[in-house]
Design a protein around this ligand. Structure first.
Ligand code: ADP
Length: 220
């Protein structure tokens, strides 16, 4: 479970990026995080990933109290997350297959297990035909799906994606969301930041809407 309690985040004492956030996201839930640019979505993610600390208040994810977490535990914690970055962050000199395997290589799994999982997730995102390709020869949607495969290969407890359908046509957006739903059905908590109102309307999921750093509306 992800829990925010009276969480504030300010920059330079005058920019209040998050203000008194109080909410719970249950394990295995699928949540859309919406709100206009500057509403605090990226800051919200930085709180969950531990890339920044709250100014005050509390955030816990599962058994991890992120306020008090030690550097060593933070590394352990981050290995339980899957993150799909807006700009994908694929390694240009590695093939699709090698990019996707990376989290399991870092965790020093056996080659046979890595191969099995890599082929599974590449099949899930529809990239089985592209495993030997380098990122620069992929379309935007294919790069996006490679980034998603890499984010889910280690079966993370929490998957976070920042505007994962931002540059995709509606058909591809739908396919990407289907993949997230499948991952969620396997027990991963999924939090997706999006501007795509049509997509949010179409899917009957929990929605957290931020406005000026505060929770403006929360559905379900
Ligand atoms: P969103 O992701 O919804 O566009 P952000 O979380 O990026 O919103 O930003 C929320 C507010 O915090 C904005 O006013 C932004 O300018 C400010 N902000 C975000 N990060 C920083 C930072 N590192 N330093 C100063 N201000 C920041």
């Amino acid at each position: 479970m992800i829990e925010f309690s009276h969480l504030y985040k300010s920059y330079d004492k005058k920019i209040h990026a998050l203000k008194d956030i109080n909410l719970k996201i249950d394990s295995g839930e699928f949540v859309f995080l919406t709100g206009p640019s500057g509403a605090g979505k990226s800051t919200f993610f930085k709180m969950i990933t531990g890339y920044d600390n709250p100014t005050s208040g509390k955030i816990t994810v599962g058994n991890f109290d992120l306020n008090a977490i030690k550097e060593y535990d933070l590394a352990t914690y981050r290995r339980k997350l899957g993150i799909v970055f807006q700009d994908f962050k694929l390694l240009p000199d590695r093939t699709v297959y090698e990019n996707v395997c990376l989290p399991l290589r870092i965790q020093k799994h056996h080659e046979s297990f890595i191969k099995k999982r890599a082929l599974e997730v590449l099949d899930l995102v529809g990239l089985s035909e592209k495993i030997e390709q380098f990122p620069e020869y992929l379309s935007g949607g294919e790069q996006q799906r490679t980034a998603i495969a890499r984010a889910i290969i280690h079966q993370p407890g929490v998957l976070i994606a920042d505007e994962p359908t931002g540059n995709l046509d509606p058909e591809m957006s739908s396919k990407i969301i289907d993949v997230f739903e499948k991952v969620c059905a396997q027990g991963t908590t999924v939090v997706i930041a999006t501007h795509d109102h049509e997509l949010v309307k179409r899917k009957n999921k929990k929605v957290i809407e931020l406005m000026n750093g505060a929770v403006h509306r929360m559905s379900l």
